[in-house]
Design a protein around this ligand. Structure first.
Ligand SMILES: Nc1ncnc2c1ncn2[C@@H]1O[C@H](COP(=O)(O)OP(=O)(O)O)[C@@H](O)[C@H]1O
Ligand SMILES: [Mg+2]
Length: 263
């Protein structure tokens, strides 16, 4: 285990979406304990790559590896535990209470909604729910219904549900899309705390100035990696012009990068 890379890796990955070659030979490592942003224009293959990394879509060629092991050799239970997904605009059950929604992420216990539990509910499950609620600042409204929450609060409940099984990697597809600036920054702050605890975060982000806060960025263009590395090596006017066809200025403000469109 020690000489295995602690990373979720794509090795020369080719994935089709319908007839369309959406991901074409992507190699990238998403390390545990790092926040990696995946950026690129619409249709670049970001969502397809994420789904392939999660084993949710058939791979045409290449391989996904989790800490050195081919994803295909993990059991369903191992996959469900190690990889968590917060999908784009993922709906939460409106009439359910927050605590129950988060508990559902444990895949245990007896559930009202006709799901068959694989094992009984334990004290460990109970503790994990409590921890997830605390870590995402959702404990104070654990008894409320989802319909009674603001957009930002809902997103944190989704995050709590994704974290409650104790994943090694969390993949998020445009998690800040419907959030205002304050909530988007708050979500990134929460993710950062989890990353400090060793979680590998892979987030598709549209906002380049949010992506600039990541440890690493992978820039996709037409299903291929156009650039990957530290934000200041990826967010260059040349890369951004090649990918988005837009002229930008990239300025350093204190320890931060800012991308300013000039068109
Ligand atoms: N089911 C499908 N059938 C055909 N083409 C698809 C399908 N799903 C996605 N695509 C195409 O694959 C490309 C990549 O899609 P996607 O991964 O969703 O891109 P992104 O998330 O970067 O916007 C796009 O050109 C899209 O139109
Ligand atoms: Mg997408």
């Amino acid at each position: 285990m020690s000489d295995m890379p602690a990373a979720l890796e794509a090795a020369n990955l080719h994935v089709r979406a319908g007839d369309h070659p959406a991901v074409r030979g992507v190699s990238a490592a998403f390390a545990a304990g790092q926040f990696t942003a995946v950026i690129g224009p619409n249709g670049a293959g970001k969502s397809t790559l994420l789904r392939a990394l999660l084993g949710l879509t058939a791979i045409h060629a290449g391989e996904v590896r989790v800490d050195g092991r081919p994803l295909t050799t993990l059991t369903r239970a191992e996959r469900a535990r190690d990889l968590a997904f917060l999908a784009q605009g993922e709906p939460l059950p409106d009439s359910a209470r927050v605590r129950d929604v988060v508990a559902l992420g444990r895949g245990a216990g007896a559930w009202r909604w006709g799901l068959i539990p694989t094992r009984p509910w334990t004290q460990e499950d109970e503790d994990a729910v409590k921890t997830a609620l605390e870590r995402t600042d959702t404990r104070q409204f654990a008894g409320r219904r989802v319909s009674e929450l603001s957009g930002g609060e809902r997103q944190r409940v989704g995050l709590a549900r994704a974290l409650v099984a104790g994943p090694r990697y969390l993949l998020l597809d445009e998690p800040t899309n419907h959030l205002d600036l304050a909530y988007a920054l708050e979500l990134v702050r929460h993710l950062r705390c989890e990353v400090a605890g060793g979680l590998g975060v892979v987030a598709v982000l549209h906002d380049l100035n949010l992506a600039a806060r990541a440890d690493r960025i992978v820039l996709l263009h037409r299903g291929q990696v156009l650039a990957a590395g530290a934000p200041d090596t990826v967010l260059t006017p040349a890369h951004l012009h090649a990918a988005y066809g837009v002229r930008t200025r990239v300025v350093h403000d204190a320890d931060r990068l800012l991308v300013i469109p000039e068109d």
